[in-house]
Design a protein around this ligand. Structure first.
Ligand SMILES: [Zn+2]
Ligand SMILES: [Zn+2]
Length: 318
């Protein structure tokens, strides 16, 4: 339900009170430089020599483990699987307060390259069925750790959210002979009112029926089922799109909490004609409540067209 009459102005979601200003370094933070021994043994770092700018470490409080044995149980209607899996943390910066919106594009490129490297590395484990790459920023998005970081979880099963999207993509393809997301790209480009950034290889836009205010998608224009197939040229351009949208949200909505997700097929199905990888960015400006939980329907008090126009008008950070 798109109900913009419930809202007053596009920027009504800006925070009433600003978050406390953070310093570059926090002596209690396990992700700040000098505290490397507080995380489990490092998986990778860049640059490999000298001071690091980005580090990947196992999650100290992982709920999945490669020590478990992947084994399913099936007792009538009660299905289970042992908690086998990978859970990694990507520490995005050596600065405690370097929000993604404040990173130079060169650092965002390195972050995307790191996502790609770890995506392939976790999928190299054949016991992993699905890899989810995501970022939680701010308490309303599910994190209390302020130091900029993202996470990568490899699960022994395909999550239901992915299965639903794969099923929808397959049904659309079987009915029409084309990819649902390629068709959506064509629609959005021809309507034009929900676009935020349009370049050679990517499109950033607010979907037609966005579930919540400022919910944004970044689609690669080239049909590609698997994020792991992204080329170097595409990484360069995706970094521009990520920096653009995250900094517009940071400036226009006053540093909102948000989640970022990469939705992708596995490398084993990278030639799929009916799935198309993409990024969702979901500012956490409203909370799903009883109606949403009870019905699965969402009330969005902003119009996607007005939200896109508002974000287009915002000047991004340097
Ligand atoms: Zn820190
Ligand atoms: Zn496609």
């Amino acid at each position: 339900m798109i109900a913009p009459e419930r809202a007053t102005r596009p920027d009504q979601f800006a925070r009433k009170h600003k978050a406390a200003e953070l310093g570059e370094y926090d002596d209690k933070c396990p992700f700040c430089p000098g505290h490397e021994e507080q995380t489990p043994d490092e998986i990778s770092r860049l640059p490999t020599e000298g001071d690091w700018e980005i580090r990947v470490v196992p999650n100290k409080f992982s709920s999945l483990s490669t020590d478990a044995v992947k084994k399913r149980t099936n007792d009538g209607r009660q299905h289970g699987i042992a908690g086998y899996g990978h859970h990694e943390v990507v520490i995005e910066s050596n600065k405690h307060n370097r929000h993604l919106a404040l990173q130079p594009v060169s650092a965002v490129k390195i972050l995307i390259q790191t996502f790609k490297d770890r995506f392939h590395a976790v999928y190299a484990d054949r016991a992993i069925e699905h890899v989810t790459i995501f970022k939680n920023h701010g308490e309303e998005a599910g994190t209390s750790l302020e130091h900029p970081h993202s996470q990568i979880i490899g699960t022994p099963i395909t999550p239901i959210q992915i299965r639903d999207r794969l099923d929808a993509g397959r049904e659309y393809f079987d009915n029409t002979g084309e990819c649902l997301m390629c068709a959506t790209l064509r629609d959005e480009l021809s309507v034009g009112t929900r676009l935020i950034l349009d370049t050679e290889h990517f499109l950033t836009f607010i979907p037609y029926a966005a579930l919540s205010p400022y919910h944004t998608w970044i689609f690669p224009k080239r049909h590609s089922a698997c994020f792991g197939d992204i080329t170097n040229e595409e990484i360069d351009e995706l970094a521009l799109h990520l920096k653009n949208i995250v900094s517009k949200l940071f400036v226009g909505l006053d540093n909102p909490a948000f989640n970022l997700l990469i939705r992708s097929e596995t490398p084993r199905a990278s030639n799929s004609e009916y799935f198309h990888w993409y990024i969702s960015i979901i500012p956490r400006l409203t909370k799903p409540a009883g109606f949403e939980l009870g019905s699965g329907m969402y009330i969005n008090a902003t119009s996607p067209e007005d939200s896109a126009a508002f974000l287009r008008s915002i000047k991004e950070t340097e």
